[in-house]
Design a protein around this ligand. Sequence first.
Ligand SMILES: Cc1ncc(COP(=O)(O)O)c(C=O)c1O
Length: 473
Amino acid sequence: MASSLGSDRRERARDRAVRAAVRQGLVSPDEPVTALLDTDGIRASAAALTSAFAAVTDAPVLHAFAVKAAPLVPVLRLLYEAGLGVEVASPGELALARAAGVPPARTVLDSPAKTPAELRHALALGIAVNADNFQELARLDALVASAPTASPLGLRVNPQIGAGSIGALSTATATSKFGVALRDEGAREAVVQAYLARPWLTRLHTHTGSQGIPLALMAEGVGAAYALAEEINAKAGRQQIDTLDIGGGLPVNFASDEETPTYAEYAALLASTVPGLFDGRYALVTEFGRSLLAKHGTVVARVEYTKTSGGRPIAVTHAGVQLATRTVYAPESWPLRILAYDAEGRPRGRGREAVPEDSGEEVQEVVVDVVQDVAGPACFAGDLLAVGRSLPPLRPGDLVAVPDTGAYYFAHHYAYNSLPRPAVHGFTPTDDGGIAFTTVRRAQTLDEIVAESGGDRPDALLRAAPPGGPMGA
Ligand SMILES: Cc1ncc(COP(=O)(O)O)c(C=O)c1O
């Protein structure tokens, strides 16, 4: 069930934060784009996740936040303090988790392309690892034989139950690159044998997809993994698989501030469709990402210019493909809302009720919406955040806010045109009606852009190749 109380709170907090961001100079002509994170909202989502599963099972559950959704160290730290762990899928993500202070016992490593060195490092630390395929299991054989490890080890399986609405994010298709494809000829039997031959293989993992997967399909995938674990344990004659890692993927509603579907709905569906999952025989791991962060992030960008082209009004802003890459390249799959504010950060075109009650602000003018495009700053024609969107007629200096961008958006910078990564600020409403900001990530500087673009070796291509080969220092 959606929470309208929650969505009202979110809208009010966001409006106040945009206004405060202008007043405190976080967005300005010189700092034309910034990103805001609602700290209380993140905490509330972590609490909702924890309580949704606690309501249906007494089994131990590690909620491992999928770092890929928001690879920001202070975010990982906040979630860890809220009782969550992390799921990492690369050496970089593991480094972020370590920097956030998340201990190995609350860390899970998944990824389809782990190197031997990565696996060795994970096993030395005691981090849980889900192997992706039989070749990786063979690597684990060698590592387990060579040194003792505290790492719980598992295998990812693909139940091949079909796609959701976004093919690129559907991982349980007939030909997905992830996990062992269970319905392929002989695969199920091979998986069973792999477990029986490896007493240390004690976990089983599946993840049906990310955004666009209906809850019923997610539950079907979990049900398939559960049935396989039961079969393996029966054949082993003991509870060899003691932990089921059911992945993440709860979809997010990008159409309004309503948070739907909820963790409680998903947990209740699992309890009714896979009741044995929660009877205490299995410890559980979840790997939610988008649903924990998306609703709590907002990009705020200034409108630099406005124009018309072929009769179409266009607002050229500072938020585009560098922050909303999926939306720009696949707008049908990833539509985002756009909210209009004036240069002072006051909502435009939403009437009296949109003005924060305690702000003392006068209502803005009543405006008639105009169909317009909202463009980003990058130099290609498709850099559009919204096409033909009905909004108050945007003016130079106005602000646009792009809500629901807390996961897989502003933390996933795309360096087109060497546009800098914007600052990310966490915000919290204060008792006196104000907003307190804290910097989660500062904006990238031009020096940093030059440095990461070979700026320390401008002559590198002018030199003759050194005698030892082309890899000159
Ligand atoms: C293995 C695995 N776990 C968890 C996630 C997180 O999914 P979401 O952010 O949709 O919850 C992903 C996303 O791609 C994934 O591949």
